[in-house]
Design a protein. Structure first.
Length: 284
């Protein structure tokens, strides 16, 4: 009987911690949209702006037309970790014009941090730390190295480390300190060897970062970017080969900007559950 009560109290503590969840400011799950070319998908929760970056700029080998689109995922879009996303997602790419097929926009000649996507949301009225999270998919020929940036003024961007979620096999967080063809700072790499070969394409869920910069609170210009962390010779595909500059793309889903839960809130929730547990044990 005592074990059952302890288990019940443990469940209560877990529920209390879950109840102290973050408050969503703006989110994009793309389910409010239709499958079509979409350069600025509307937020599904709150108000925000979204735009792709660096497509239709660099020759791959021809300069393509900027055509990011909302599309329905397929069960076959899985990789080494077995994850699939069959909901609506946002694909970042360019496409060729008449008679031009190889012009998908992704290029190893693009400077670091110039290709990917940006999501912005005003945090006016919200104090404390912010938490951002998203799901990311890279195709077999998609760029393997992604970094997360944030801005508080709309022009100066800062690198911030990502924390991996529970379904990110094949992905690794890297901290680079050597200047060159890869960002000095933190990024994630999707070409980790699994079962003797690079992880390749796949959905990586729940990539998360907490932003403690006080300038990010009550900020009308807050935005994040998920962009290429490498260029030139360091710009490799998820297959572990040099970027072919003619195919591959990234996709995003469940992009969320929210207020991070206060540590004191979590601690009090846990202590409340612990106190209840102690009370039960004393009565016994």
């Amino acid at each position: 009987m005592k074990n059952k009560q302890i288990v019940s109290m443990a469940a209560l503590i877990a529920a209390s911690l879950s109840a102290a969840h973050a408050q969503t400011i703006t989110a994009w799950n793309f389910e409010n949209l239709t499958t079509a070319t979409n350069l600025a998908p509307a937020a599904s929760t709150g108000v925000g702006t979204a735009s792709d970056l660096g497509m239709g700029v660099y020759p791959t080998p021809a300069v393509g037309n900027n055509t990011p689109d909302v599309l329905l995922g397929k069960s076959s879009d899985t990789g080494a970790n077995g994850n699939a996303n069959t909901s609506l997602t946002w694909r970042i790419r360019a496409t060729g014009g008449t008679g031009v097929n190889a012009a998908n926009g992704w290029s190893s000649s693009a400077p670091i941090g110039t290709q990917g996507a940006m999501f912005g949301a005003s945090t006016v009225g919200y104090g404390g730390s912010l938490q951002v999270s998203f799901d990311w998919y890279a195709t077999t020929q998609g760029e393997a190295n992604l970094q997360l940036l944030y801005t508080t003024d709309g022009s100066t961007f800062q690198n911030i480390a990502l924390t991996l979620g529970g379904s990110d096999a094949g992905l690794v967080v890297v901290n680079n300190s050597t200047p060159g063809n890869t960002v000095v700072g933190s990024y994630v790499r999707d070409n980790v060897l699994l079962n003797g070969s690079p992880a390749g394409q796949g959905w990586f869920t729940g990539l998360t970062a907490t932003i403690n910069d006080p300038n990010a609170a009550n900020d009308p210009n807050f935005a994040i970017e998920m962009v290429n962390a490498s260029t030139g010779a360091d710009d490799v595909s998820t297959a572990g080969t040099a970027l072919n500059n003619s195919s591959g793309n990234w996709r995003f889903d469940n992009v969320v900007i929210q207020v991070a839960p206060e540590p004191t809130t979590l601690a009090l929730a846990g202590l409340g559950g612990l106190a209840a547990l102690v009370a039960v044990r004393r009565r016994k």
